[in-house]
Design a protein around this ligand. Structure first.
Ligand code: HEC
Length: 286
């Protein structure tokens, strides 16, 4: 029975892998995510700012219900996805628990720029309790956490399939060909038209997956753009200095490299080389 299930599962995974362009390994129960051509991967390219803004929208409206972004405060969005005024409005829409007040009680107030993104659950236990025993992990560094990059986020969010033949899912588990183990406790989150993008981009499932993956790539590496810019500046200066120093070297060596050294032998040896005998020379043959 188990053998048949395993065979069925592996065949289904391998088949799905071929269809989806992912890779299936015989010793693995899930597919490797396909490699997507991310625009920000180019040596001189930055994150797509419009996509980052849409990705934050997907995180805020969908993922934030269950996932925290521990390493981030609202102020981190200023100049990246929103202007300062817009970010203040975004923050104010969140209710932040604060306190205690002078009566010793906790209270809720609108969020400020300096507040961290609010956590969806008070503690891990509450998170597990609400999600069939599986805690939704923090997403700040998720793109780097699994050694699988943002490809994994897109693949995971769009990788829900019918379970392989013979596999019986436990209640609260869903079949996902990219999740290690082939099943996950995270229900399918994205479906076409789930959010309304303010820039009018059609919110298809794959568009939202791409946008939130780019947003999470940014949260995992917020210095990405600044680092590339520094790299470009550094290389430009290095190039200019290289040209300058090559010119300087040429100039310094000019007198040495263009100098011609000619040896003019003394007159006596020149005459002798022409076969003349000079006074005092021994006559030839003696
Ligand atoms: C209803 C709650 C819920 C929502 C909403 C939700 N998730 Fe999850 N997510 C979970 C749970 C639960 C897990 C843990 C799954 C497991 O370990 O089986 C999880 C796990 C993950 C993981 C880690 C997978 C791994 O390799 O361990 C990623 C990445 C993820 N979610 C991304 C997202 C993104 C992006 C969104 C928004 C589009 C989102 N989730 C929305 C509940 C949710």
């Amino acid at each position: 029975m188990f053998g048949r299930f395993a065979l069925g599962g592996t065949t289904a995974l391998a088949g799905a892998g071929v269809l989806l362009g992912g890779q299936a390994r015989a010793d693995s129960d899930n597919l490797d995510p396909p490699h997507y051509p991310w625009a920000h991967r180019g040596a001189f390219s930055s994150f797509d700012a419009a996509s980052l803004r849409r990705g934050f929208e997907v995180y805020r409206l969908v993922c934030a219900t269950c996932h925290s972004l521990d390493k981030f405060s609202f102020r981190n969005l200023v100049g990246v996805t929103h202007t300062e005024d817009q970010t203040k409005r975004v923050a104010a829409a969140f209710k932040i628990k604060d306190g205690p007040n002078d009566q010793g009680e906790m209270y809720e107030r609108p969020g400020r720029l300096t507040d961290g993104f609010p956590k969806p659950y008070e503690n891990k236990e509450a998170g597990r309790y609400a999600n069939n025993g599986a805690f939704p992990p923090d997403l700040s560094l998720m793109v780097k956490a699994r050694g699988r990059t943002e490809d994994y986020i897109v693949a995971l969010l769009t990788g829900y399939r019918d379970p392989p033949f013979g596999q019986v899912l436990r209640p609260g588990n869903y079949s996902n060909v990219y999740m290690p183990g082939g099943t996950t406790s995270m229900p399918k989150q994205l479906s076409d038209g789930l959010v309304d993008y303010e820039d009018g981009t059609p919110a298809t499932e794959t568009q939202m997956a791409k946008d939130v993956a780019i947003f999470l790539a940014w949260t995992a590496e917020p210095c990405h753009d600044a680092q590339k810019l520094t790299g470009v500046k550094f290389l430009t200066c290095l190039g200019a200095l290289t040209v300058l120093s090559l010119g300087l070297k040429r100039w310094k060596w000019l007198s040495q490299k263009t100098r011609r050294i000619t040896f003019i032998p003394p007159l006596a040896s020149r005459l002798r080389s022409l076969g003349r005998t000079l006074p005092g020379d021994k006559p030839p043959g003696q």
